[in-house]
Design a protein around this ligand. Sequence first.
Ligand code: BTN
Length: 327
Amino acid sequence: MKTSEKLILNLLSDGRFHSGEELAKKLGITRSAVWKIIHGLDKLEIPIFSLPRKGYQIPDGLELLDIKKITSYLSPTSQEIISLEIFDSIDSTNQYLLNRAKNKQAKSGEICLAEHQTQGHGRKGKEWHSPFGTNLYFSLLWEFNKDHLDLSGLSIATAIAITRMLKHFNIEKYLQLKWPNDILWNYKKLSGILLELIIQPPEKTKVLIGIGLNINMSKYKTHLISQPWADLKGILGKRVDRNLLVGLLINELIKMLDEFESQGLRPFLNEWQQKDLTFEKEVQIQNGTIVQNGIAYGISEKGELLLKNGNEQIVKIVSGDVSLRLA
Ligand code: BTN
């Protein structure tokens, strides 16, 4: 991002109106140059409104990610283990770390955060709506001393780490977990996880943990999101400090990775069961063209979904998309 763009964003981050004249004066440029810069910011999907005689405004204001602030919330262990990089705009935080890992540039514990993603994506390449300065777009690279076959429950453990972090915001009551990687609030998607394995023998298995979480989603362009969604601001009725949230999330992830490495999924099963959206419900599971119906009975110690089919047999589902079958 250009310095002039950053300066304008900083001035507008208080959520108040600033006239074109004031902005021009502060930056030492003309009013039409201000206008051009503001229009150039459209690509970041920042809702900047303009009114004749009042000027420009970002209605909800902005609080940008800040390495110093995030670090101040990190536990001593996290501080020792992780390294942070923040981008104003990037194609995808997962893609960035994936490239670094493939080129052997990245170390375990590297975290990439971005204010905006141009190609944020979820499972099956679905677009992940990533407007500037509002939500969380987070990726962590981690190296395991385990075979990749023993990592099947990692998305479950990651979902639990996210719910443990969300406890700090007291929104537990309506939180729901949907196998294998969705966190919902009152049936609306709040957060999604995208895990990508990097297997380059003889090196240790690396995993990229990508997390998207809706925090202070502005209503701008949300019609582009294809499913019901929730954000923390909407749930709590107030803005959430994103730097605090990132710090807490990193601490929970680091604790989770340690537990998962030594004990697998066992320490997380109970918490999953308490929030399991589909437990004892009729579900449909789609995997490519294969569709299976049955009743969901939680998950196995490997993180597979347990499904009771029409023959009263419990089958283990390794991958697929689950939807509730409504009566
Ligand atoms: C899903 O629900 O399908 C997973 C969504 C994961 C989105 C995050 S945002 C940060 C990281 N970068 C990406 O491109 N995707 C993940």
